[in-house]
Design a protein around this ligand. Structure first.
Ligand code: ATP
Ligand code: MG
Length: 794
């Protein structure tokens, strides 16, 4: 066998039964040929190279501390240059504690270390050899683990419901979404790493972050937008080329010469190369030279072509563009707005999350017809410019305020605005965040998007027809939403949005505006219901909870009664029927799906409340048992008057068609809605025993039982979630014969998202099972004896 060098030999451990483990890559292989393949493979080679680069860097680097806070990398570099060439200086984040200075070779390092004393700016420096660390490769975290750290919708709802008012909820949204310190650090380090690598290949280039990482609207996990500024590199290349010419040879500085030699710039002329060509080169550098970066891909068809990449260890996605200076400018503008008024961030975060939950906005890979986050943010800023007492000034006004009177032109567009937001007078607008959010929806529910151009420069919506005649208007791509970029005036930032999305945006604004007028938005619930932003953030909008309704037409079961005319026409039919169905519902929830299910006391039954713990548990338990057919003491319709008062009637006069209702508080303990089909198949043997009649209810109960065992019987702790369900009869109020019953569900505050899955399952399952329960005992309604205890048999 051929081993690939001493380093490699030391990396391999032999395992029993002929296997091997490569400690460098954390890879185990079964035999010698597989080991050879691994050692020759890309991963091992890459890590070996990386290790030798790091080791050689370590041997040439010193650890420096003791300098003044604020000392720059350049100052340190200048100081150590007196001993020989300095290759790189890496400062720690807070600039002032330490720096790693990488020298050209070990000889220079020895010179530096043999000097007994170093001082810079009157400050004595501590200089020591860099600690030798074992090179350690950390395997990337499994997909999903990074995501798990992100805030779940349930946790978010739980946190939001606890604070005092909507203003506090909005501030909390910012706090919960923005980068943690460690995420910020990671991004800073990545930018530094990119800068180091790109400086190597594109001398004097600069890598500049823009977009949500730096514009004041960061959200944990958002993409990392980078701009690679090659302007200076172009000049560098031009001067290096000039230096290559024989007559200029003597004038070329030795530094320029050595840097141009090993530069990939010899392969390309940055001035004449096309954007895709340069991006291909950028992609090659990323792929080959930036550790931890993968999935590199050039997307040259986008409006702004980019190279996409992914940082493997953190899962962070990002892109690099080379011709997007305007984005740097609008990024600074957004940041300026966040600093101009403290209500901007909470408002934008709330609108962004609302729009994300309604699938109106976002940043799907490859675009799409949704508003992107930049466009949505501009809508909020425009709204703030147009309050009767403006919260933000117009862009035209900002230009007038610009301190030095100098024009900032980017790609020919006027991007002048002051650097310092402190120049602005406080807005004087007294509106709270809570009411601004409500007003945002109100303004856009009735905005006639298609007939105007929303202009942040002017702070007003301009008539589309007039605007199209202007110079900027002639190139403007008209769409159902026309949102002018504040600087690139001929650009419609929402040009990708289609008619359908625009209409949906307005409809969602309408729903949100309506909800914001309710007390549920404005006031914290004293009963533990979801309130304020939480309902706004529900997928499907604030009215989603109202739509959590399952209809039980129960036609076949009802038809089977029609033959019993005397019963069907009896005055009590409605009541009896309703009670029978309620018994079926609670049977399915409790015995088939293994939920806890307690009927609420009468008088509270009608009210739709989020489920919670109930102090009268024991008493309720008895009641539920009375209602449940599967319980030890089944309630029969004929018992009705004797042992239990009828469920609440909203109209006491029983001669009229009545609306009756029963509410249960339920708790779900196991994931009984997941993987049922697979388990059901296991129970349905291919050769069924003819003696055993397959009772669907019994079978489904067995399936739930199996799932609960799989889940590990965690019942002793908390339930997965709670919900309340209210059954109502005769809602239509149409006729005595109406057998239709509707079930309205209210999830507990903290588990809205998981409840949605469960609810989706119930929509199909519950009507079938209740129907089954009713038809398997059609005579129950008539004869008390017919009501055998199915629960016991399950
Ligand atoms: P996020 O990445 O969280 O969705 P973002 O603001 O970073 O938000 P991106 O779509 O990543 O949004 O865009 C990055 C930046 O590029 C934006 O902040 C903005 O500066 C600029 N940008 C994006 N889309 C447009 C556009 N349609 N017109 C002009 N500039 C844009
Ligand atoms: Mg972004």
């Amino acid at each position: 066998m051929e081993m690939e060098g001493a380093g490699t030999l030391g990396d391999v451990d032999s395992l029993p039964r002929g296997g091997f483990r490569c400690r460098l890559c954390h890879v185990t292989v079964a035999n010698q040929p597989s080991l050879d393949d691994h050692l020759r493979g890309k991963k091992h080679q890459r890590l070996e190279n990386l290790r030798s680069v790091r080791q050689s860097q370590e041997l040439r680097s010193v650890f420096v501390s003791g300098f003044h806070k604020g000392t720059t990398a350049l100052e340190l570099s200048d100081y150590f240059q007196t001993y020989g060439k300095v290759v790189n200086v890496v400062m720690d984040k807070d600039k002032g504690v330490y720096a790693i200075v990488e020298l050209q070779d070990e000889e220079i390092l020895q010179k530096v270390l043999s000097q007994p004393q170093h001082s810079l700016g009157g400050q004595r420096l501590r200089v020591k050899p860099r600690e030798k660390k074992d090179f350690k490769y950390t395997p990337p975290r499994k997909q999903g683990s990074a995501r798990r750290e992100q805030l779940s919708p349930e946790k978010l709802a739980q946190n939001l419901c606890q604070v005092e008012d909507v203003d506090a909820q909005m501030s909390l949204v910012v706090q919960l979404f923005e980068f943690s310190e460690s995420e910020q650090r990671l991004r800073d380090l990545l930018v530094k790493l990119f800068q180091e690598v790109f400086s190597e290949f594109f001398p004097e280039s600069a890598i500049l972050p823009f977009g949500s990482s730096v514009n004041g609207f960061c959200v944990s996990g958002c993409d990392l937008d980078l701009f690679l500024d090659l302007e200076k590199t172009k000049s560098f290349q031009a001067s290096a080329k000039g230096a290559d010419k024989p007559q200029a040879e003597e004038e070329a500085s030795p530094e320029t010469e050595s840097r141009s030699e090993d530069s990939i710039l010899t392969d390309i002329d940055l001035v004449t190369a096309t954007v895709p060509e340069v991006l291909e080169l950028v992609a090659t550098v990323l792929q080959k030279c930036v550790p931890g970066v993968h999935n590199v891909q050039v997307v040259s068809t986008a409006r702004r072509p980019v190279v996409k990449f992914c940082h493997k260890e953190s899962g962070l996605r990002g892109d690099i563009s080379i011709n997007n200076k305007l984005a740097l400018c609008n990024t600074r503008f957004l940041q300026f707005c966040t600093e101009a008024d403290e209500r901007v961030r909470p408002l934008v975060y709330a609108v962004r999350y609302w729009a994300k939950q309604q699938a109106l906005a976002g940043n799907p890979f490859g675009g799409g017809p949704l508003l992107n986050n930049y466009a949505l943010t501009l809508l909020v800023l425009f709204f703030l410019q147009t309050r009767s007492l403006p919260v933000l000034p117009t862009v035209a006004h900002l230009k007038d305020l610009s301190d030095d009177g100098e024009l900032t032109l980017v790609d020919g567009w006027d991007c002048t605005f002051p650097k310092d937001p402190a120049l602005l007078k406080p807005s004087g607008n007294p509106e709270s965040r809570c009411s601004l959010l409500a007003e945002f929806f109100h303004v856009f529910e009735s905005c006639s998007f298609s007939g105007c151009v929303i202009s942040l420069r002017e702070g007003q919506s301009l008539p589309l027809s007039d605007f199209l005649l202007s110079e900027a208007g002639r190139k403007f791509k008209v769409g159902p939403i026309n949102l002018q970029d504040p600087f690139e005036l001929s650009h419609n930032v929402a040009a990708n949005v289609n008619e359908k999305t625009a209409l949906r945006f307005q409809r969602c604004c309408h729903d949100a505006a309506k909800y914001c007028r309710s007390l549920q938005y404005q006031r914290k619930s004293s009963k533990g219901k979801i309130w304020g932003l939480v309902r706004l953030f529900q997928p499907g909008g604030p009215q989603a909870a109202e739509r959590l309704v399952i209809s039980l037409p129960l036609t076949p079961a009802a038809q089977s009664l029609w033959s019993h005319k005397e019963l069907y026409q009896s005055r009590d039919f409605h009541q009896l029927w309703f009670r029978r169905v309620c018994a079926g519902i609670s049977f399915v929830l409790e015995h088939v799906l293994k939920c806890s299910c307690l009927e609420k006391p009468q008088g509270l039954g009608e009210e739709r409340e989020a489920a919670g713990s109930d102090p009268e548990e024991e008493q309720l338990k008895t009641k539920t048992e009375q209602l449940s057919v599967g319980s030890k003491r089944p309630l029969d319709v004929d018992d009705e008057g004797a042992c239990s008062p009828p469920p609440k009637k909203s109209r006491p006069d029983s001669s009229l068609p009545t609306t009756e209702s029963v509410t249960w508080n339920c708790a779900v303990w196991h994931h009984v809605w997941l993987g049922r089909r697979r388990i059901r198949r296991q129970f349905c043997s291919p050769e069924p025993d003819p003696k055993q009649t397959a009772d669907p209810l019994e079978l489904e109960a067995k399936v739930s039982e199996a799932i609960s065992q799989q889940d590990g019987e965690t019942r002793s702790v908390d339930p997965l979630f709670r919900f309340a369900v209210c059954a109502r009869s005769g809602d239509g109020g149409s006729a005595d014969q109406d057998t239709h019953i509707s079930l309205s569900f209210t999830p507990g505050p903290e588990q809205v998202a998981v409840f949605q899955d469960f609810f989706h399952f119930l929509q199909g399952f519950l009507p079938r099972m209740v129907e089954q329960h009713l038809t398997s005992k059609p005579s129950d309604l008539r004869t008390p004896e017919g009501n055998s205890s199915q629960g016991d048999s399950i």
